[in-house]
Design a protein around this ligand. Sequence first.
Ligand SMILES: NC(=O)c1ccc[n+]([C@@H]2O[C@H](COP(=O)([O-])OP(=O)(O)OC[C@H]3O[C@@H](n4cnc5c(N)ncnc54)[C@H](OP(=O)(O)O)[C@@H]3O)[C@@H](O)[C@H]2O)c1
Length: 267
Amino acid sequence: MTESLSRGAGIAVVGAAGKTGAAVVTALDGLADVRRVVHTARRPGDHAVDLETGAGLAEALSGCRGVYFIAPNVHPDEPALLRNAMGDAADAGIEHFVYHSVAWPYTPAMPHHVDKARCEDELRTFGGLRWTVLQPCAYAENFAAVLDGAATAVDVPYSPDARFSFVRLTDVAEVAARVLVEGADVHHGATYELGGPQALSVRDLCDRASGPVSVKQVSVDEWMSRHGQSLSEDGRGRLSAMFEFYDRHGFTAGHAVFESLLGRPPR
Ligand SMILES: NC(=O)c1ccc[n+]([C@@H]2O[C@H](COP(=O)([O-])OP(=O)(O)OC[C@H]3O[C@@H](n4cnc5c(N)ncnc54)[C@H](OP(=O)(O)O)[C@@H]3O)[C@@H](O)[C@H]2O)c1
């Protein structure tokens, strides 16, 4: 990205403490003043808000020109969170509201994707905001331990041969930063699907790791008993539906738009 894209102050990243938010904050570094809007403040200067009640949100967005909205993963009512944020953003005079959605949002077999489809619809029809939607496919960083060479074995609750257009979160964040810095004059009304350059399976990822990594399919119940303990029942249901869908259909998306926005092939 060139220096000429830098237009100064005031981007609020809502969900800044999460995996996605941290990547977007890093990508914006040096390009814009970033306001970290979080659920639980962990750093001095964080703006702690409650997205469910909207408490603190109006103050957190005040004075910013752009918002990047990242919802918590598998929240039971993402559209309600978005509604709070859109209302406060409009009241705060936000010029550009960018929503972090997902590829294939309207997929009835995956309720948390459908919630993102509903969010997209509410954003487009809200009327009081100029907006952009980003639709990333599955992050390669979901398998960070494989990519980093830290894992020697991985268990997945779907076929290890199901195919995904994995994206690198750093690439997604670079596109988010570009869209936020260039703003609504360039990107209002656009929905960008962001898929990786190849449809790869988890087995392929393991084969490309720096050392040997074995991959095994486990049942959804077994996976949940190991990794889903902290999830609500609703969250477990949403993730289980996603895993069952992945097992049958994989999850792929196009890369041409991603490449165009990056100005180079995605990694
Ligand atoms: N993983 C993927 O492959 C992928 C692909 C496409 C799209 N996405 C989407 O990307 C989004 C972010 O995913 P992620 O993996 O980056 O999430 P994450 O790392 O789990 O971060 C979620 C953040 O949400 C915050 N949070 C939790 N409960 C909250 C609440 N009630 N109100 C406000 N904030 C709350 C948490 O903040 P605190 O830490 O402050 O509590 C946490 O930092 C999700 O909507 C997901 O669907 C993910």
